[in-house]
Design a protein around this ligand. Structure first.
Ligand code: NAD
Length: 362
């Protein structure tokens, strides 16, 4: 098979790195767009040493049997692809309900990495987890950068410094990594989530779990959180308001799959925070957990800094690309064998991630 790797248009990461290319070129031809990995410090010569050929974007789009990108390419470029081509990317069909039909209209087979089920056997392929974990780590470093205070407790000749208080809203993959990072920096950390399973995980990292009673936890939601009742939301609002007014840093990661992110922090709550405090909203791209968040912007309101960024993984492009590539490798190993692709729809990972098969929406 001929496999193509493109340079991302607005992202410093690259979908696969030379290590994986080395495996692929045993049975396949790999074409790489010039400078595809340059921003993540994987250079053309590294890809060539791994057996790939550098080719221009149009040649790649028009000739490959399998294409890999992190973000889906534009419609105009889809038209350049060969009918029957396999395309691996994160199409987010839950957020964009026209994408599957668009891909199908070009007669391609589309595998969406964000649709890989959150099951144990698929953990090694889970790009959402790898990227969320980096985002959680980076969110704490960003907050530390903007915070006019120390994170750790310090006893100095000039006096004692109390530790910063960090509140994490949403203790999924990103939230747990944020807790671990804030703890390593010496902050006092508390967190909360609607999924009860998160309680033990939060406590095992040495943070306090803030509990709101009466949360709806639906096991059939595939590990994802579900929308809460009005009564719960009201109780949660009051508790967040109380905790937030004492926090120096708030990191929000709460998401509802395919829906707007839950609004957890109101303008009024922000106005009750201490001057100089920082909010990092990782749910910014799906509407934000804070009422004042602006996606991809830093807003200062009433002396509080609000950073809206859902793509923090891209700010650590070398390791992000390495993990993305390894996840993709583990995924492709289930359907690319000896230079050929074969799809077993009995496999739950293929069944869930293949959103279009040979031009037909699945
Ligand atoms: P996510 O990004 O969808 O959401 C982040 C967190 O926000 C979640 O923990 C969610 O419960 C929480 N949240 C949602 N609404 C909230 C609200 N109103 N208030 C407070 N918190 C709220 O989640 P994720 O990090 O992608 O993880 C989702 C689930 O998948 C978790 O159960 C995780 O353990 C599981 N998971 C499983 C695998 C696997 O087995 N392959 C891999 C990764 C994650």
């Amino acid at each position: 098979m001929k496999i193509g790797l493109l340079k991302e248009t607005n992202d410093a990461r690259v979908a696969i790195i030379p290590d994986f290319v080395k495996q692929l070129t045993k049975d396949n031809e790999v074409l790489v767009e010039p400078d595809a990995g340059r921003s993540s410090f994987f250079y053309d010569k590294d890809f060539e040493e791994a057996g790939a050929k550098v080719a221009d974007r149009k040649t790649i789009l028009g000739s490959v049997d399998l294409l890999i990108t992190i973000h889906p390419i534009q419609k105009e470029e889809l038209a350049l692809m060969q009918k029957g081509c396999i395309y691996v990317s994160s199409f987010q069909p839950f957020a964009d309900d026209t994408i599957a039909a668009t891909l199908a209209s070009y007669g391609i087979t589309a595998l969406s990495l964000d649709m890989i089920p959150r099951i144990t056997i698929a953990q090694a392929m889970d790009v959402l987890s790898s990227m969320a974990s980096i985002a959680g780590y980076k969110a704490v470093l960003k907050a530390a950068e903007y915070l006019p205070r120390y994170f750790p407790m310090l006893t100095t000749a000039a006096g004692s410094i109390p530790p910063s208080k960090v509140l994490i809203l949403g203790a999924g993959v990103a939230g747990l990594q944020a807790i671990a990072t804030a703890k390593r920096l010496g902050a006092m950390v508390e967190a909360f989530d609607t999924r009860l399973a998160a309680k033990e995980e939060v406590q095992s990292l040495g943070a306090k779990f803030v509990e709101v009673e009466g949360a709806q936890d639906d096991k059939s939601a595939g590990g994802y959180a579900v929308e809460q009742t009005e009564e719960y939301k009201q109780k949660q609002k009051e508790l967040i308001h109380e905790r937030i007014s004492k926090a120096d840093v708030v990191i929000t990661t709460a998401q509802l799959r395919g829906k707007r992110a839950p609004l957890l922090i109101t303008k009024e709550m922000v106005e009750d925070m201490r001057a100089g405090s920082v909010i990092v909203d990782l749910a910014a791209s799906s509407g934000g957990n804070c009422e004042l968040t602006k996606n991809n912007e830093i807003v200062i309101h009433n002396n509080i800094t609000i950073i809206g960024n859902s793509e923090l993984a891209a700010e650590m492009p070398m390791h992000a690309s390495q993990l993305y590539s390894k996840n993709t490798q583990n995924f492709m190993n289930i359907f690319v064998k000896e230079g050929k692709a074969a799809f077993d729809f009995e496999n739950p990972i293929i069944k869930s991630s293949c959103i279009v098969y040979e031009g037909e929406v699945k």
